[in-house]
Design a binder for this molecule. Structure first.
Ligand SMILES: [Mn+2]
Length: 362
């Protein structure tokens, strides 16, 4: 990305004043990307304004803009074009604006929608449909930006980008490796309290109830915190991960596992969902999970697995069924904890052996 960040900076520095236009509906991804671009402009001493062409309607989007104090104004770009010497577009299929394109050069166009047939002209173009959010592409550009954004600005920009990724990837469920790379980078700068305030997800009544059950049922096995929440509706599945995130931050442990029996009454399905969190990049969660089941996996810090329990959903004694699920899952995860150093050691010896072999093969 380093080369791309330099190219973006060079494109911006060509101009004194750029209008950043939010085409279409001003959703969090478009607003966050535009906000981040305006921060980049400011850092590079280029003036900029964010114009939205449609008014904000959703209360959560209004809250998002209000809480982070994102400076946007409702305006028609063609009427304002005299004030600027270039324009930029983020998060829209096409970068052209009637009565602006042609009159002003497009300094940068960054987007994650599928390509249209239109020929694109801009000083800087980054279009990658692999990204779940344009905010992810902008976050990765900021990562390699020189000079970097100042810390104070970074916190607000990172929080906005985080929310852009969060909403566009449907609470991370469609996040690609690009999004995860962006999240890995920006989440450490984001203001978690503000993010929670904006997303309000951890504050929802159901998530709080789940968190409460998780705390009441927690078991500390060696240094791992393991907890089963019980039955939850499938619409709250994402909260398992949120609870796991929360517990990892709150409790002083290197790893947290949160699991629940997820029910979908319409489809009559029952699944065990387990979410793993670790604060060590050396803990090989993927290998730990793969030893339990092939129905899951992990990357650094985060992992999950699902077990199909449909066959058991007609069980008339729900309490007994949960007891079996909980007892079995607890046992498997405790075994994983017992085996962990063996798993890690095996990895170490494998690397060591390969090194020795490479040495003698030189
Ligand atoms: Mn988008």
């Amino acid at each position: 990305m380093k080369g791309l960040s330099n190219d973006l900076a060079a494109a911006i520095k060509k101009y004194k004043s750029i209008m950043i236009v939010v085409k279409g509906s001003p959703d969090p991804d478009a607003i966050a990307s535009s906000y981040a671009l305006s921060a980049i402009c400011h850092r590079l001493d280029t003036a900029s304004s964010i114009l939205i062409t449609k008014k904000l309607s959703l209360p959560e989007n209004k809250a998002f803009v209000g809480i982070l104090k994102i400076p946007i104004s409702f305006a028609q770009p063609d009427k304002d074009r005299e004030k600027f010497d270039a324009y930029m577009i983020a998060d829209y299929q096409s970068p052209s604006i009637p009565a602006v394109t042609g009159a002003l050069p497009c300094a940068a166009y960054i987007d994650h929608h599928e390509s249209s047939d239109e020929e694109i002209q801009a000083d800087f173009i980054l279009k990658d449909p692999e990204a779940g959010a344009t905010s992810s592409l902008v976050a990765l550009l900021i990562k390699d930006l020189s000079p970097p954004l100042e810390d104070t600005v970074m916190s607000s920009v990172a929080t906005a980008l985080l929310y852009g990724i969060y909403t566009d990837t449907d609470k991370y469920s469609h996040a690609s490796s690009i999004d995860y790379a962006a999240l890995d980078y920006i989440s450490k700068f984001a203001d978690n309290a503000l993010f929670r305030k904006i997303s309000s997800i951890p504050l929802s009544k159901t998530t709080l109830q789940m968190l409460n059950s998780a705390i009441n049922n927690k078991v500390l096995y060696k240094d791992w915190l393991i907890t089963g929440i019980g039955y939850i509706d499938s619409s709250h599945r994402d909260s398992i991960a949120i609870v796991a995130d929360f517990l990892l931050k709150r409790e002083n442990v290197p790893a947290v596992v949160v699991f629940a029996a997820v029910e979908n009454n319409a489809q009559k399905s029952l699944t065990l969902d387990a979410s793993f969190r670790s604060n060590s990049e050396h803990m090989n969660l993927n290998e730990i999970i793969k030893k339990i089941t092939s129905q899951g996996g992990a990357r650094k810090y985060k992992g999950a697995y699902q077990i199909d329990l449909d066959y058991f959903s007609p069980c008339p004694d729900r309490k007994m069924l949960w007891d079996v699920i909980e007892l079995t899952t607890m046992e498997l995860i405790k075994q994983s904890r017992d085996d962990m150093y063996i798993t890690e050691l095996r990895g170490f010896y494998k690397r060591f052996r390969n090194k020795v072999r490479d040495y003698f093969n030189q």
